[in-house]
Write a protein that binds this ligand. Structure first.
Ligand code: NAP
Length: 238
């Protein structure tokens, strides 16, 4: 049986591109998102037949626990986890609504902690596995109008490095991938010209280009606790 990867936020954008690439490479994929129809639609588009869709809000502890138990019962041991579920509710801090701050932090930061914890039980039993968290260059460099979002992504850096230290002796690796501006629904409001001007490579990235780097981190047996920017050089210019 091929190895199982859980892709949180796999129904759209970067997570969907990761799910597609992994399926092409022979992984079994469990696609998670709140909208089960969207997760199912992604699964239907994947190469191969052993993939499954699950509805789960990663910010809800009990939901995460139940879903991961269900995944293990249905699909077996979890070898890999990609935390690509994320939201942004951008505004200047003075205008930010506390409920939006909570939902961004709970989805982007707490969500990755909850899913990692749930997947680790399986990885620890198997004495091996790999987790890739999806951060952002904004978490590394900061950005006006994105205080809360960038804090959630900066938190993932500390989380990734600390968890990498906690589980390295069990042959489990944890890395952070920091995309720049990528063509997905999340950047639909961004002016193409304006965005591209700030990027040294002169264009936004594609989800498939991020997926290639996720695959690299999942399969590189001697890489852990690292931050890899996939941003067309954007952080050099920030
Ligand atoms: P996207 O197209 O909006 O996709 C977001 C995915 O996350 C969807 O599958 C969504 O499905 C899922 N999701 C959102 N909230 C969730 C929750 N509470 N529980 C479970 N799933 C949830 O966004 P994207 O651009 O692919 O972003 C993917 C990741 O990359 C995010 O973490 C984002 O912050 C990060 N990122 C993106 C960019 C960029 O330029 N696009 C740059 C840097 C970092 P449902 O809505 O059905 O739940």
């Amino acid at each position: 049986m091929s190895r199982l990867c859980v892709v949180c936020g796999g129904s759209k954008g970067i997570g969907r591109a990761v799910s597609r690439l992994l399926a092409e490479k022979g992984f079994r994929v469990a696609v998670l998102s709140r909208n089960q129809d969207a997760a199912r639609a992604t699964v239907t588009s994947l190469k191969g037949v052993d993939h499954l869709a699950f509805s789960c809000d990663v910010s809800q502890e009990q939901e995460v626990q139940k879903t991961f138990e269900n995944i293990q019962k249905t699909c077996g041991n979890i070898s890999y986890l990609v935390n690509a579920a994320g939201i942004n509710k951008d505004s200047l801090l003075l205008r930010a609504r506390p409920e939006d701050m909570v939902s961004v932090l709970h989805t982007n930061l707490l969500g990755s902690m909850l899913t990692s914890r749930a997947a680790l039980r399986s990885m620890l039993r198997a004495r091996g596995g790999a987790i890739v968290n999806i951060g952002s260059v904004v978490g590394l460099k900061g950005n006006s109008g994105q205080c809360v979002y960038s804090a959630s992504k900066a938190g993932l850096e500390g989380f990734t490095r600390s968890l990498a230290k906690e589980v390295a002796s069990r042959n489990i690796r944890v890395n952070l991938l920091a995309p720049g501006f990528i063509h997905t629904d999340m950047t639909a409001g961004l002016s193409e010209e304006e965005g591209a001007r700030s990027i040294p490579l002169g264009r936004l990235g594609e989800p498939e280009e991020v997926a290639q780097a996720v695959l690299f981190l999942l399969l590189s047996p001697y890489v852990t606790g690292q931050v890899l920017a996939v941003d067309g050089g954007l952080q050099l210019a920030m």
